[in-house]
Design a protein around this ligand. Structure first.
Ligand code: NAP
Length: 315
């Protein structure tokens, strides 16, 4: 049987939770389908120092737990399932509803949907990375850093994620080499200063990764083969682990052919709004934001989406 709800929120990061808090407090009885990784990217983050309201750092999981509790306290119904298919065509034969199917086999219809499915880590796309993933190659220092006590690791990338992961890894590793394809980072200055001040860190500028070197029996990482971007000159460095931190891809595969998205898969919404082209479908957070991608901006957009849903449902 199809379960009908007024508002269904897909995804459970800061955008989803904040949408849930606002929608619940507006008596819209929201239902959240939380996804495979409830809490999203912040669940694999250590200290969050820039979310307003916390003088002392709060950890990502603590922040998400608090947001979830707050959403539940105001009456959000949490469903630990994953949306695998949608139909936003609002056919008359379906009563003009928005339709969703979940991994469990459950079916839902809704008057309004807020998409807050976030983004996932991006990979380099080389064969050796796939072969050695989970055997010394990771995209999550918080999850796997502990395994590299007194070892040598590399972090690939030059954004906030790469610099933060490198700093975090210095707690475990004896040496952290950051490999970046340009001659400057795009990470925040305060993070860069922290990185450069750490004696365990070395940066290799203007190099790209050709291959992650490793053994097959046992499967493990032994190094990196790098090329200087301008000259192509190759060098190898010895390592025990590689952390890839080169950005994210929005989690929008399930919405392909159902909603407009840009070339990189980010959902497109109207200017200064979370409304998509489909009436009653809204998008908030990293799934539609390639620029800011902060917990606080995602939460802000979740709030906007819930307010816009309220206006939409009240005509
Ligand atoms: P990002 O800012 O997009 O940076 C990605 C980095 O990876 C860039 O330096 C990029 O190089 C490099 N890169 C991309 N593709 C590559 C490839 N194929 N090979 C080698 N290098 C590649 O991504 P992010 O660091 O994950 O951050 C995403 C967003 O989250 C940002 O807005 C960031 O501010 C935010 N964030 C914030 C915090 C915080 O506030 N504490 C923490 C983490 C993330 P180029 O520089 O040459 O493009």
């Amino acid at each position: 049987m199809v379960q009908h709800h007024r508002v269904i929120i897909i995804g459970s990061g800061p955008a989803g939770y904040s949408a849930a808090i606002y929608a619940a407090r507006a008596n819209l009885a929201p239902v959240m389908i939380a996804g495979m990784e409830p809490g999203g990217q912040l669940m694999v983050t250590t200290d969050v120092e820039n979310y307003p309201g916390f003088v002392d750092a709060i950890t990502g999981p603590e922040l998400m737990e608090a947001m979830r509790g707050q959403a539940e306290r105001f009456g959000t119904l949490m469903i630990d399932d994953m949306v695998t298919r949608v139909d936003f065509s609002r056919l008359e034969s379906n009563g003009g509803k928005l339709l969703l199917w979940a991994d469990s086999g459950d079916e839902y219809s809704a008057d309004a949907v807020i998409i807050a499915t976030g983004a996932q880590a991006r990979w380099l796309g080389i064969e050796s990375e796939v072969r050695l993933r989970g055997f010394g190659v990771s995209a999550c220092a918080t999850c796997d850093g502990f395994f590299f006590k007194n070892k040598r690791v590399a972090v690939i990338g030059g954004g906030n994620s790469a610099v933060e992961e490198a700093i975090f890894l210095t707690q475990f590793a004896r040496k952290v080499t950051v490999v970046h394809r340009r001659d400057s980072f795009r990470a925040e200055k305060i993070l860069q200063d922290r990185l450069f001040a750490n004696p365990k860190v070395e940066v290799i500028w203007n190099h790209r990764v050709l291959e992650i070197l490793g053994t097959d029996d046992p499967k493990s990482v032994t190094g990196l083969r790098l090329a200087e971007v301008a000259s192509g000159a190759e060098q190898q460095i010895e390592l025990d682990g590689v952390f890839v931190a080169i950005g994210h891809t929005p989690a929008t595969a399930v919405f392909k052919d159902h909603l407009p998205m840009d070339a990189d898969g980010y959902l497109i919404t109207r200017a200064d709004s979370t409304a998509t082209e489909i009436a009653g479908v809204f998008a908030a957070g990293d799934v539609k934001d390639r620029v800011y991608r902060q917990a606080v901006t995602a939460a802000g957009m979740g709030c906007m989406a819930a307010l816009e849903v309220g206006h939409y449902l009240n005509g």
